[in-house]
Design a protein around this ligand. Structure first.
Ligand code: DUC
Ligand code: ZN
Ligand code: ZN
Length: 466
């Protein structure tokens, strides 16, 4: 039986128009007027927007960090994503030192298979660049359907790679059709600043941003861009948090280099005053890069509007305040870095972007879905509403108002970064490949039906419009 959505406004990255949408099986099969046929299941979505399902290109589910694991796994993380309007995540399969890339991917498939409520792909986060790893990279797309890797310029002695390794990966990525994602902060300098703070007895969470100043993000961003230029390779900078780092991206793009920036709701909406607490609660905001002085928000919003920012990812990497963040009660550098957000990314960008008049509906779709689909090899199967595309649809009711609170969230973590923030609009229905996953705002308990997404090369999916 086909499902027809009537009375809604279809929004893609390019268009906005009134039409009926017909879903058959897993696909959108018709868009237009009077596509209704006898026997069809009909849902009236009058007054709602029909958006492509959100694609969150940046999550960390079930990630071990030292002797703990992120609070959300693929079950809780993807349930939360679904109710928030996200139907695809690309999670970071993270290589432990000494491990092959194949093993890292095997581990992540084990974590996600049969557990995910939405579709998922993996980036490979490489912690050690060896000859074998470089060899494995050459077949990542054909063997594994993985078309992006991530390297860290921070986390000395843990995840950080040096410039030589980064250059080697960029050169090989260029040949193999992989997109390289980079965490841009200078880990050597952070190490010195953290040691200095510790020697002065500066142990509270508010010292976290002071040991990771904007200059070291700007410097690492410029360095990564320089290496990508040498390798003639495209580059995706994850979680850009400051106006100064974004300027480096903008300068490169002006010269025509394929450099793409991702930012996150926390950098658009929160600022470094959140660390100024008299108790340990500032630890909730210990993320890297850290929250910045409020003036940076203006630059990032301007980047969304001008397209110098390509995507908004959540960087969902949740740790409970109780028992997990508390590992750093006596030393801020021991607080696990990261915060939750997969449930709120879509609604926050709608509320503070579209409803506040900072971006339009097409930009919203590009930033929450289409651009990630293009850059990470999922377009046009995902990231748009078109005949033949997966029926991943969000029926968004723009009239509903809610207040965000940890008490009501699906994320399995004991706080919400946006506690008390208003959300304008809500995902009334969510479809995943035609499956009615969220009905009238309620997740349907039919079990995890998400599938692994084999992704194609960035180059194949690229049409110059990101
Ligand atoms: N970088 C991420 O991308 N996620 C969590 C922590 C970090 O430093
Ligand atoms: Zn990072
Ligand atoms: Zn991350």
């Amino acid at each position: 039986m086909a499902t027809i959505l009537t009375g809604g406004t279809v929004v893609t990255a390019a268009d906005c128009y009134q039409a009926e949408v017909r879903i058959e099986g897993e696909k959108v099969v018709a868009i237009g007027q009077d596509v209704f046929q006898p026997g069809d299941h009909h849902i009236d979505v009058e007054g709602c927007f029909l958006f492509p399902g959100g694609i969150d290109p940046h999550t960390h589910f079930d990630l071990p960090v030292g002797d703990i694991k992120t609070a959300d796994d693929f079950v809780s993380g993807t349930r939360a994503a679904a109710v928030g309007g996200t139907t695809t995540v690309i999670d970071f399969a993270t290589q432990n030192k000494g491990e092959s890339l194949a093993t890292a991917l095997f581990n992540w498939h084990e974590k996600a298979r049969g557990q995910s409520y939405i579709d998922y792909g993996f980036h490979l986060a490489i912690s050690e660049v060896t000859k074998d790893v470089l060899e494995e990279m050459t077949t990542l797309i054909s063997k594994e359907g993985v078309s992006s890797v991530k390297l860290y310029m921070a986390y000395k002695n843990i995840l950080q790679v040096d410039d030589g390794a980064l250059l080697k990966v960029l050169k090989l990525a260029k040949k193999a059709g992989l997109l390289v994602c980079v965490h841009c902060e200078n880990g050597d300098v952070i190490d010195v600043l953290v040691n200095e703070a510790q020697n002065k007895g500066q142990i509270e969470p508010r010292y976290h941003p002071l040991t990771r100043p904007i200059a070291i993000e700007r410097e690492a961003t410029g360095r990564a861009i320089c290496l990508a230029e040498l390798a003639d390779a495209p580059l995706y900078i994850v979680h850009v948090s400051s106006g100064a780092a974004l300027e480096m991206v903008e300068q490169a793009r002006l010269k025509g280099f394929p450099v793409y920036a991702e930012t996150c709701p926390q950098y658009l909406l929160l600022d470094d005053s959140y660390y100024e607490t008299s108790d340990f609660s500032g630890a909730k905001y210990v993320l890297s890069p850290p929250l910045r002085p409020v003036s940076n928000q203006k630059a990032l919003w301007a980047g969304l509007d001008s397209s110098s920012v390509a995507t908004v990812g959540s960087d969902h990497c949740s740790f409970n305040l109780k028992g997990q963040k508390e590992k750093g009660l006596k030393d801020f550098s021991q607080i696990p870095n990261g915060g939750p957000g997969v449930e709120n990314r879509f609604g926050l960008l709608y509320t503070y972007g579209v409803a506040n008049g900072k971006i339009n509906l097409n930009q919203f779709v590009a930033l929450t879905s289409t651009n990630a689909a293009k850059l990470f090899g999922l377009f046009p199967r995902k990231g748009t509403i078109a005949v033949g595309s997966d029926a991943d649809l969000v029926v968004w009711d723009p009239t509903v108002q809610e207040v965000i609170t940890a008490k009501k969230q699906m994320q399995q973590v004991d706080y919400n970064l946006y506690e008390g923030f208003c959300q304008q609009g809500k995902a009334r229905h969510v479809f995943l490949r035609g499956q009615h996953l969220v009905k009238e705002g309620i997740l349907q308990e039919e079990g995890p039906a998400g599938s692994y997404l084999r992704r194609t090369s960035y180059c194949e999916g690229r049409d110059g419009s990101v």
